[in-house]
Design a protein around this ligand. Sequence first.
Ligand code: INS
Ligand code: FE2
Ligand code: FE2
Length: 361
Amino acid sequence: MTDVNLYNIQEIIYNNQKQLAPVYIHITKLLSIFFIFFVPIFDNFEKMTILIEQRDLGVEVEGKKMETNELVLDGGFPMPKLDAHGGGFDAPEINAFGQSFRDYNAESERQKTVEEFYRLNHINQSFDFVKKMREKYGKLDKTEMSIWECCELLNEVVDESDPDLDEPQIEHLLQTAEAIRKDYPHQDWLHLTALIHDLGKVLLLPRFGELPQWAVVGDTFPLGCAFDQSIVHHKYFKDNSDTYNSSYNTKNGVYEQGCGLENVVMSWGHDDYMYLVAKENGTTLPSAALFIVRYHSFYPLHKSGAYTHLMNEEDKENLKWLQIFNKYDLYSKSKVRVDVDKVKPYYISLIDKYFPAKLKW
Ligand SMILES: O[C@H]1[C@H](O)[C@@H](O)[C@H](O)[C@@H](O)[C@H]1O
Ligand SMILES: [Fe+2]
Ligand SMILES: [Fe+2]
């Protein structure tokens, strides 16, 4: 009896399987179609999301929206599409103090220090002041040292203009470099650019004349033409004498449309100084790297799209790299420390590749 039942059950299953066979085949076919056609589409949805996100970083240049994901060549350095790093860097929404990044009006103790910084910065940065500083520091007669020695000096430097970070600056250099290295593993020049971009902050140290914070850090802006409304705490320019100089207070001021940023006098600080150091010591870094170092604090341009009428074609190309870099410079700021000894050999090898052993500062 049991045997018969078992046999019957087996037969039922067998018959069912025979009947279901075409259904199974159908399901298998459907699954293959799904994997062949739909999975890549879903994959692209993900990439599209990234592209849209990146488009917000685009800046309008003479009425034309510049896309940061265009494939372009820069001095022989192929520019990867922004989605090439497959997801990439996740920009956090809040900084280490629980506020959104670059919120210059958030109520906090730090906000007061930052605002006071910008008050002094906006009163004192003038066309004449910058001319004098460029001449003085352009001599590079302060000291001689390697790039890594300079990184170590930044152990002692804290930036009062920064609402998002109060760690020693060497942490910031390594955090930026490591974050960009993760997403752009083959662009070693970009890793090194990140490492050196803020080295100019040594101007705060006694050996470099101990300049006040307002002459070293903070966002930068052009002198010799009108101060754009997008500059942080713009109101303090009312006490800057350039505001009342009729040669300097028009849209173009002393410049011509499209003259190129290299002909524009920028407020003095760590960007321009480090650019001078790198260039005069004969770095082999590409022009996009020098552009990043020189204009990374120029938020009115790369974030707000102001002053684009002063750019030339080369600036427009380089701006795309700057906008990629900026994301890492800003959003990698955190309390998570990088293991300096672990990453040091890698950065030393890059320094050897792109810089002489000793530089004049
Ligand atoms: O406070 C920050 C800091 O000083 C950065 O190094 C500079 O590049 C930024 O533009 C500035 O806003
Ligand atoms: Fe900076
Ligand atoms: Fe920075």
